[in-house]
Ligand binder design. Structure first.
Ligand code: DUC
Ligand code: ZN
Ligand code: ZN
Ligand code: ZN
Length: 469
């Protein structure tokens, strides 16, 4: 409602510290953070956060809202997707633009996505560019996408319909490096997957578990190693690996970082909490995504990466279809099932529960993984991901004592299931503020379509991304 707001009695956590403090919000921005604030304006609304953690709102840098997958479209658009995000403590998303029509350029696709989000998003948003082919026009567009449009990261796919070959990857990496953009990559070896898929289908192996068998972790690890070396060749271009699902790929990332290469990695809750045993279930089609769920042992390796600092962010890859549609399309053939799962609402609670409450990570590390590093890597810091004076008052209040058994009925997306059904979350986001306005409270959505704003991101800077400040 635009009134100044004072949050009192909470434990204020950022990426560096936690302590009992008050936060004053004026005009949607952090105006003051102090042990006691007495000089607040008349009419200030007070929120009592006793017993709660007060943290920078989550930034989910990996969603696919309203994405055109060719034969179908993902079921959460920028309204239901961001509504769900807000109810889960997330205050900003960076969505992956989908492929446009053949020959489509970068600026065109940005205008398409601004139309998708404009009157729909309930929290702030940006987009990653997508490189669906390389030619002189696309290379020339990159500079103005960064400088004028505020799009400072671009996604490459090494598999799927618009996969890039190594020469295009090199040209993209080199130019994106030059114009101060971060290259993000979906790394999987397309040829190996295609061969295995053909062999499996020819042998009549069409059940959901063969989806995972068609694209084992070596396919991902190989592509990670390849991308790391291509990035080195491209004048040491900065590289961000999305949805890391296994320990072998993580080892290649660790090696690159030991060699001081600018490489960062993201993982997702599904790879931390679920594993390939889901493919034995009757509802296995719910778990068809790429990369697929991995052997049980990989989960702990990823947790190690979160704990030792070699994984930098946790995002969701929210790309939802209904289970109804997945069954219709995929029941006789895993390769006909649309790939992806929902998760934008459960990311913060699941990482808080399994990370902070389980004693694996501190509350500050939680903020680092969910908000601070996303902001630093993607040109949003310190406007987002911090409680600096003048920062956007994007805030989540977490109740560590609120235990919730996750069930789809509690969630606010547009699909018909959650892959995390019946998992108990220890701790829950009980209030979310977007630029000072309460957009979710105790499981109730209170925001408004169109209130989210497009955020113009800063150019990528290795220094900015790497320095802890
Ligand atoms: N993987 C998925 O499962 N869905 C969306 C895109 C992707 O890479
Ligand atoms: Zn186009
Ligand atoms: Zn991907
Ligand atoms: Zn994705």
């Amino acid at each position: 409602d635009g009134r100044p707001t004072l949050i009192v009695n909470g434990i204020v956590v950022d990426a560096h510290s936690e302590s009992k403090k008050q936060i004053l919000i004026i005009d949607g921005k952090v105006a003051k953070v102090a042990h006691t604030i007495d000089d607040y304006p008349k009419g200030t609304k007070v929120i009592d956060a006793v017993g709660l953690y007060v943290m920078p709102g989550g930034i989910d840098v990996h969603t696919h809202f309203n994405i055109d997958a060719g034969f179908t479209r993902s079921i959460d658009d920028f309204y239901t997707g961001t509504r769900s995000a807000a109810c889960g403590g997330t205050t900003m998303v960076i969505d992956h633009m989908g492929f446009g029509p053949k020959g489509c350029n970068l600026h065109h696709q940005l205008s398409v996505y601004k139309d998708y989000a404009g009157n729909n998003a309930v929290i702030d948003y940006s987009f990653h560019g997508v490189i669906q082919h390389i030619n002189d026009e696309i290379l020339a567009e990159m500079a103005s996408m960064v400088e004028e449009e505020g799009i400072s990261s671009f996604k490459l796919y090494l598999t799927y319909g618009y996969k890039l070959d190594d020469d295009s990857v090199l040209r993209a990496l080199t130019q994106l490096n030059k114009v101060n953009a971060l290259t993000t990559v979906h790394p999987e070896n397309d040829a190996a997957i295609a061969l295995r898929r053909t062999q499996l289908l020819e042998a009549g192996k069409t059940a959901p578990k063969y989806h995972a068998i068609s694209r084992p972790l070596e396919c991902e690890a190989e592509a990670i190693g390849r991308m790391i070396n291509l990035a080195r060749l491209a004048d040491n271009a900065p590289l961000y690996i999305v949805h890391l699902s296994n320990g072998l790929g993580l080892d290649y990332i660790r090696l690159a970082r030991q060699n001081k290469q600018p490489v960062w990695a993201e993982t997702c809750p599904q790879y931390l909490l679920l594993d390939e045993r889901c493919y034995e279930r009757d509802d296995a089609l719910k778990f068809i995504l790429s990369p697929p769920l991995r052997p049980v042992a990989e989960r702990e390796k990823l947790w190690q990466g979160l704990m030792d600092g070699s994984i930098d962010t946790v995002a969701t890859d929210h790309c939802s279809f209904t289970y109804h549609e997945q069954k219709q399309r995929g029941k006789d053939n895993f390769s006909a099932c649309p790939n992806g799962m929902p998760g934008v609402e459960t990311r913060m609670p699941l990482l808080f529960s399994e990370g902070v409450m389980a004693g694996r990570i501190t509350p500050s590390r939680f903020v680092e993984l969910t908000s601070y590093m996303p902001a630093k890597l993607f040109g949003l810091y310190p406007q987002k991901g911090s409680f600096d004076i003048g920062a956007d008052a994007d805030i989540v209040l977490f109740d560590p004592k609120e235990n919730v058994t996750i069930t789809h009925d509690l969630l606010h997306d547009n699909t018909d299931y959650t892959p995390f059904e019946s998992i108990e979350s220890h701790g829950w986001p009980v209030m979310t503020l977007s630029r000072g306005n309460v957009v979710a409270c105790m499981g109730e959505f209170m925001g408004k379509a169109g209130n989210g704003r497009f955020v113009h991101r800063k150019p990528f800077s290795t220094h900015q991304a790497a320095e802890k400040e």
